[in-house]
Design a protein around this ligand. Structure first.
Ligand code: HEC
Length: 154
């Protein structure tokens, strides 16, 4: 797929999901407790220790996380990658676990115009189907699994 077509696909994906995000997703978790944001990070874990194997499954899960749609991830176990977002190679040398956590939870807090979905936010979405109101795309445990996995990319 060309870069332009992929960017367009990711853009419309993000736009559609911004309008009715959870309508794109079969899986939704209950609303989060208040998040403690410090600067551009969420220093405290949202759930007990993350699990790398679960994270690998999530990275390619089309119905919710689908990180590989936009990010290259240096892992031979993972298949196709998009390049709409930056490569996540060595991300753990650039960002702390807390900074990675905030970017997964709500990337818009770092860049208001980002196309990266806010995976653990419930407010600020319009036209969310009633059964999904107050629910997040990923669970707190999902977020921690991903933070733990990305922490291995040194
Ligand atoms: C629709 C495309 C898209 C998807 C899907 C997506 N991201 Fe992103 N992501 C981006 C873009 C674009 C950026 C660059 C930040 C910006 O836009 O300001 C980014 C930035 C990041 C960063 C910061 C990287 C750095 O070096 O600063 C991390 C970490 C990250 N994404 C993790 C994830 C994870 C984990 C997932 C899956 C749960 C995911 N992203 C899904 C588009 C996406």
């Amino acid at each position: 797929m060309s870069i332009t077509r992929l960017a367009r696909a990711a853009g419309s994906y993000a736009a559609a999901c911004a309008l009715a995000w959870t309508a794109c997703h079969a899986i939704a978790a209950p609303a989060p407790a208040a998040l403690r944001v410090r600067g551009d990070a969420i220093p405290e874990a949202l759930a007990p220790a993350g699990d790398v194997a679960r994270a690998r499954a999530l990275l390619v899960a089309r119905e919710n996380a689908n990180c590989v749609l936009c990010h290259e991830i240096p892992d031979p176990a993972l298949p196709f990658f998009g390049n709409v977002g930056p490569s996540l190679a060595h991300v753990a040398t650039r960002l702390s676990p807390g900074q990675i956590r905030l970017r997964i939870v709500d990337s818009m807090r770092v860049n208001r115009d980002t196309i990266m979905p806010s995976y653990y936010r419930t407010s600020g979405f319009d036209r969310v189907a009633p059964q999904y109101r107050g629910r997040t795309v990923l669970s707190a445990q999902d977020v921690e699994d991903l933070v733990t996995y990305l922490g291995t990319l040194k």
